[in-house]
Every structure is written in C-alpha cells, then in structure tokens.
Write a protein that binds this ligand. Structure first.
Ligand SMILES: [Zn+2]
Length: 844
C-alpha cells in the first residue's frame, strides 16, 4: 500500500509541478491533507451528542465566548466548517455567520456571529483554527466558503476536505445534503425547509431558533458524513483496520423540527456495509490518490462571470433573444449593482430582465420590470419564526427612475436590433463602478436590513415609494427620520368647546380642554370627556370680537385680512361669521393634506417662522395656517414652499435672499459631529467594519483640530458622564474602540459629538436674548427685513399670510385641505392679554 501511495503521489506531483496556488504548491497542500486525514482518529468524526440536544449549539457573540470556542477547537483534529452569507443587498456580500463544529466535549458547534463581533477578533480567532495544518477542515462544497473566508477575513483555509467532491468521487448515490443527512446521520429535514432556511435572512438578530439549529446542523453533520465516507474509502483501500469501528446501528432518528415529517422520498439510514456497497471507485485507485483529486477539485476557482451566469443560462432557452444583448444587459446590471452596492439579482432579477427583453414594446417592457415574481407556494407553517424574514431572493426589481429609463432605452435598442455597446451607454455621472463605498450597513439606524424592510412594508404606498426613491445609502436614514419627526399621537382630537349658551366654538385637543377645566374656566359636559362648556362669555366668537363693527377692521377683536375691502354691510359680516364657524367647528381629519396618507404626520406652518417672529402680535397666524402633512410631503413642502416663499417675498420687497457662504456647512467638523452622534446612537448594533471606517474619518478631523487647539473648553464632568453613559449603552462598541485606539478613542468621539459650529443656524456666540424664533440668523434677518419693508409700504401684514397660503397651494397642490379652509381666511387678532376666549380658536 505504501508503495502504491507513494507512486500515486509522485505521479500527481510530477503532473502538477510548476503550478502553484496562493497557499503553496499543490504538493504541499496534498501532503497537508494526507497528514491531517491520517492523523485524525475515528472518534473525531463521530460526536456523541445530537445537534438538537441541549448544549450542542452555542451562539458566539462576545469575546469571552469566542475565546472559549477557540480554546476547544484548538484541541480538535477535525473541524466542520460552514458559512452563512448575506448576498442580496450587498454587491460583494458579507459573512454573517461562520459555524465550526467539533466532536470534542461530546460534540459542539459554535455559530460565530460575524455581525456582532469585531471583525478583527473574528479574523484572528478563525485564522488560528482554519489555517492550522494539524486540524482537518471539513466543508460541503468548499469553493465558495473558502473564498468568502479569504475575502472577508484574509484567511487561507487549509487543509480542506470537501464532502461534496468526496461523494462524487465515490459515486455515492445521494449528493443532496438533506439526503446525506438522512442516509448517513439519520437526521430528517424536508428539502423545502432546508431551502427556505438557506435563503433566510442571515443578517437578522437575534437569529430565529430554527435558523440557529439549521446553521448548527450544517456544520455539525459534516463530521459524521466525512467520517463515514472516509471509512468507506479506507475500506475500499483495505486501510480501515485499526482506524475505527464499522457503523452498523442507526443512531436515533431525529428531526430539525420535531413536528415536521421528512419528505417521504428521503433515503433510509444506511449502515457502513451498505454505504460501501453503493459506492464505486475506479479500478486501481487508492485512498490517497482519491484525496489528492478531492483536494484539487475543491480548490478549483468557481467559473468566472458568476453574476450573469444564471441569466445567460436562462436566456439560452429563449431562442429569440440574442446572446450579445443578454451579455450587454448582464454587464450593465453588474455595473449598476456595483455602484449601488447591491447584488445584480436585487437590482433586476434574471426572470424580470428576460421578460423585459422579450417584450414587444417599451410599455410591455416597463410592465415587466415593474412586475413581481410570485413566491412558490404559500408560507408553510413549519417556517414560523421566520415571519417578516426577507428571503435572499429578490422578487422584484429595485431600479430608480434614471436606471429604469436607461434600461428601457437599452431594451429598445435591443428590440430594434441596434448594438448596445455598453461602455458608451453608461450614464457617466451616475454611480461609478469601483467606487468602493462601504454600504454594508446601509440599514442603520435600523438594527438589521430585515428590520428596515419590515418598517418599509408597513408604510402607506405613497410613503413607501418616496422612501425607495432615496439612494440605498440614504433610505434607512430617511425612514428613521420619518419615524422620528412624525407626531406620536393623532394631532386632531376633535374635542369641542361650547360657549355658555351651548354654541360649538371650536374643536381642540384634550390638553386644551384640561387647561380650561384646571383653571376653572370651563367644565366637562355631563357624561362627556371630550366636550367642555365655558363658564365665562368669551370676548368674541370664531376670531371675531363680539360687538365688533366691521368698520373697525383692525380693532382689538378682529383684524381684517383686507381692510380696504371689508364692507360695513351686515350681511357680509354674517357670511364671514358663518364661514369661520364652519371652519373652526368642523371635524378635522388626521391625514396629509397633500397626499391623504394617515400615517407619520407632522404639523406644517404655512407661514415660515422667520416671518412669524416679526409679524405683530396682533397678526399672528393661527391654527388655520398650520396644516397636517405626512413627513415625506412635509419634506417636499419645506423645500418647494418653505424655502421658496421666503425668496419670493424677499424679492417682492427688493431683497436678495442668499445663504451667506460663511455659514460653511462644509466644515468637516459638522460632518464629523453627525458621524459621532450617529455612532453614539447606533452603539453596539453598528458592525465593527463600519465603526472603523467612520471612526477613522472622525479621527482624521479631530487629530487636526486638536493640533489647532480646538475644543479647549474641556469639561471633565460632562466627559465623565459621557463615558459612564457609553459604558451602559454600548459596552461592546466601547471595548472595541478602546482596544483599537487605546489612548484617544473615547475623548475624540466625545469631542466630535460636542462640537458646536455656527453652521446649521445655532450660532452659539449670539447672545440668546437677541435671538427671536429659530432658524439661521441670516434667515431671521431676512424675515425681519421683509416684514419691515412690507409694513413700511403700508400693506396689511395679513396680506403676507395670504401670500404664503397662495404659494402653498400652487407649490403643493393639496387635495385634502380641511373643509372650509380658505385662502382669504382672516387672521384672528390676539389681544395682548391673551384671554382664553380670544385665543381658543387657535389652539389646535
Ligand atoms: Zn403626504
């Protein structure tokens, strides 16, 4: 035997002489594999415990557990390895879990959490195990896992035994992993369940219990599978004596999920002699010879062009589609996906791209791109625990408008038989491929991508579309902004205030009701919690003072919007009174006045605060001029109305409103302050990779700033508080930061977060008493000038308010304005002593 082996190895080496791999020449590799397999005892492949037994699976999420995991694995001669990776919403993908199993300690499998743990620590711990030559690493389909371990952690895994290749070499009749689990380990798992779990969202934390069991089993069962196949190989080679005993008795049947039956066509458990019988091996081959082949095959590089391979394969089935078009589209998609840091499948799934390519018109193609691929079958009950889980399969395209337009253009060229010539068609200023922005944690501040997806799914259609319009890197932040800014309770509560005579005066919120009741100014109507009656006669009703004669347009009770046009006609007064009554007493709906959405609403002031601050107290806009908008519409309104109206009004009085350059939003310290605040807020949930990138940037700014003597006014008390707070809220982040940047990390983070520049408006050097309203100083100054100029020209200040309303209507085209809302609504004058009766109409 020894001679046979040596000659086989010599023959193999002579063939491969000259060829080298990254980890050394093939001969070294095969020698390593040979030594590791020979050195591994039979029992190292046969853990005693079942994977579903207590204490078998351990999730490794802190450094202590990682250390004890490495300590145990270090003593093992065989380790099963598997990797779960996220590949959909990331261009190059990233490892989420690395599972490592050992037969020591009764059988253990560790799920190393690559998202929670600092990357450097994972890399160091894994590298020690995976590159040690005296530990045999068993994989199933090793190529990808080995590649990913190198890509993410720089680890060269060796020596590697690939059970998939070994199975093929032996012509073992079952190549599917679930079949092998059943035939060799007596573990029953329905294929559909395994498939679903394989594609489940591995970024989710905590893992669903089912995910943990599956991930554990994947690595754990590799040990007995490899052990039993090696036994067969040794027996074929008559080398088994002295290695271990033959497996004749089936281990107890076990299930990944106790109450789910396995597929009826799952193969039955096979004793060793049956396995041996079912295997075939070429005449004249020997164990070591076969291992050499296994070793070699497992190192073959995965065929390149993987990203478009499925697309090309599928396209071959459609004879009408030209291969060159498929090629061009695959390249286009790859570039866009890279620029956006998502997988090509996420951008446009193969199926939809082919449908669009087969379409006969642009309309049809667009329809195809907008369609959804139905999921196969309903969610089975056994998948419970994965609810809301985003499968790593895209069922729809995720193209933004410009991408969709350029894709439709390419498809039209294809239909017309024009060459697509991709290098030229790329819209050059769009995402440049190769710009390696790290978007791996684009879902922050959400905990995981799945959390973000769930939150998006809950949005009303129109808001969802709006969020998805943002580039990927901004989406999650925009959604979190929506959550943060939106009113937490219904804005309109539609409680009523009655005059002593029982007339409804207005609708307000409960807070206001209690305000009156507490002060003894009103009391609840019997049996009602949302209606009070005033105990005093208000000075006026609906913003019009009682006994007001309409000639006194700007008297104490009433300010006419357009005094010159106010007639003294009593009928007019009556009409106005009715109109105002209708407005103030009508039920107000909690929905966006622009799009009608009823979620994530925020109050919007039609009159910008820089104007309100300088309008006379007698002419302040009231509840009529505060409308509800959903946050996305609010955002749009502040850009297209809030900003614009200031410019329009300013130019109306001959002012030029330009943001002074001195407010330097480009000051890098502003950006670093935002990053620092984000990091403090995200705490332990931020992946270490991201922390390093962001903190490096902060550090660059603050190392300079320190040199310039910035941040002199150190306040050690508040720094101490900051440290204590971080210890509580983000202990892991703190630990990692301190171990990476021992001397400066925390102080730099604190200093950056404390930076108060004068950009963004709050000029700290401005004495507080001089500031009115809020917003940048230049804006307030402009507001003051506008109002002054307006008053000086003799125009009524109320007219300014009307202008704001008109502009709002033009810019936003709201379709859901409150009933009886009116551009000419007259401003209710607040008398200077602010008696409740006079203000009650404006308290919504
Ligand atoms: Zn809206």
């Amino acid at each position: 035997m020894a001679d046979e082996l040596c000659s086989a190895l010599r023959a193999y080496r002579s063939v491969k002489a000259g060829a080298t791999t990254a980890t050394g020449s093939p001969s070294e590799q095969t020698e390593l594999l040979e030594r590791a397999v020979r050195g591994a005892p039979w029992k190292a492949f046969h853990p005693a415990r079942r994977v579903t037994a207590d204490g078998c699976i351990e999730i490794v999420q802190d450094l202590n557990t990682l250390a004890s995991c490495t300590a145990l694995l270090r003593q093992s001669s065989v380790v099963g390895v598997d990797v779960e990776r996220h590949q959909l919403q990331s261009f190059s993908g990233y490892n989420c879990l690395v599972q490592l199993s050992t037969a020591l300690d009764g059988g253990r499998v560790f799920l190393v959490d690559c998202i929670k743990l600092p990357k450097a620590d994972v890399a160091a711990a894994l590298s020690e195990i995976l590159s040690r030559s005296d530990i045999l690493k068993v994989f199933h389909a090793a190529q990808n896992d080995v590649k990913w371990l190198e890509q993410d952690f720089g680890i060269q895994t060796s020596p590697v035994l690939d059970t998939q290749t070994l199975t093929r070499k032996l012509s073992f009749p079952f190549s599917k992993l679930t079949d092998q689990w059943s035939a060799l380990c007596n573990l029953r798992v329905p294929r559909a369940l395994k498939q679903r779990l394989q594609l489940s969202d591995w970024t989710r934390r905590p893992l669903a219990p089912l995910q943990a069991i599956y991930a554990g089993a994947d690595a754990y069962q590799l040990l007995p599978i490899a052990g039993r196949l090696l036994y067969t190989l040794r027996a074929l080679d008559r080398e088994s004596e002295g290695w271990g005993r033959e497996v004749r008795e089936p281990p107890p049947t076990h299930y990944l999920l106790a109450d789910v039956d396995a597929d009826p066509d799952c193969p039955a458990w096979m004793p060793d002699f049956e396995v041996l019988k079912s295997c075939q091996i070429e005449e004249g081959s020997c164990l070591w010879h076969e291992l050499v082949a296994v070793e070699k095959a497992s190192r073959e590089v995965v065929a390149s062009g993987g990203a478009g391979a499925g697309l090309r394969r599928a396209a071959r089935l459609a004879p009408d589609i030209a291969a060159e078009h498929v090629e061009a589209l695959a390249v286009w998609r790859l570039r866009k996906a890279e620029g956006q840091d998502v997988s090509p499948q996420w951008l446009v799934p193969d199926e939809l791209l082919l449908r669009a390519l087969a379409a006969k018109s642009s309309e049809e193609a667009e329809l195809a791109l907008r369609s959804t691929i139905p999921r196969a079958g309903p969610e089975c009950p056994e998948f419970s625990g994965l609810e809301g889980d985003m499968e790593q399969v895209a069922s729809q395209a995720h193209l933004d408008d410009s991408q969709q337009a350029s894709l439709l253009c390419l498809l039209r060229f294809a239909r017309e038989g024009l060459p697509l010539g991709i290098p030229g068609v790329s819209d050059s200023k769009a995402e440049m491929p190769g710009s390696k922005n790290c978007h791996a944690s684009w879902w922050l501040p959400f905990r995981t991508a799945a959390d973000f997806q769930q939150a998006v799914a809950k949005l009303p259609e129109i808001q969802r579309e709006r969020v998805m319009q943002e580039p990927l890197r901004k989406r999650a932040r925009f959604l979190s902004f929506i959550h943060r800014v939106a009113a937490k309770r219904p804005v309109y509560e539609n409680c009523q205030i009655l005059a002593p005579d029982g007339q409804v005066l207005c609708t307000v919120d409960t807070k206001k009701l209690h305000w009156y009741v507490r002060r003894g100014l009103g009391k609840f109507e019997p049996g009602q919690e949302d209606c009070i009656r005033l105990l005093f006669e208000p000075a006026g009703r609906f913003g019009i003072a009682s006994g007001d004669s309409l000639g006194r347009a700007s008297g104490p009770g009433y300010a006419g919007g357009r005094p010159s046009q106010d007639s003294t006609d009593g009928g007019d007064r009556q009409q106005q009174m009715e109109q105002r009554e209708k407005f103030y007493t009508s039920v107000k709906e909690n929905r966006c006045v622009r799009c009608g959405a009823d979620m994530h609403l925020a109050r919007y002031n039609i009159v910008p605060s820089c104007l309100r601050s300088f309008l006379p107290l007698t002419h302040q806009p009231g509840s009529h001029d505060v409308l509800l908008l959903c946050v996305p519409c609010h955002h749009k309104a502040s850009l297209e109305h809030g900003q614009r109206i200031k410019e329009v009004l300013a130019s109306g009085v001959g002012l030029h409103l330009t943001k002074p350059a001195s407010s330097s939003p480009g000051d890098p310290r502003n950006a670093s302050r935002m990053s620092a605040l984000g990091m403090i807020k995200g705490g332990d949930s931020i992946p270490w990779e991201r922390v390093q990138t962001v903190f490096q940037r902060i550090l660059e700014i603050w190392e300079d700033a320190e040199a310039l003597g910035e941040g002199e006014k150190e306040d050690d008390e508040s720094y101490g508080e900051f440290c204590a707070k971080m210890e509580r809220s983000a202990p892991e982040l703190l630990l990692s930061l301190r171990s990476r940047w021992p001397t400066s990390a925390l102080r730099v983070l604190w200093r950056a977060s404390q930076w108060r520049g004068d950009a963004g408006g709050s000029n700290s050097r401005e004495p507080l008493e001089r500031r009115r309203g809020h917003g940048p100083r230049w804006e307030l100054e402009a507001g003051e000038k506008i109002v002054q100029a307006w008053t000086k020209s003799g125009a009524d200040p109320s007219e300014l308010i009307c202008r704001c309303r008109v502009h709002f209507l033009e810019a936003l085209k709201p379709k859901f304005l409150p009933a009886h809302w009116d551009v000419d609504h007259k401003v209710a004058v607040r008398s200077s002593d602010l008696r409740p009766g006079a203000t009650s109409n404006d308290d919504q």
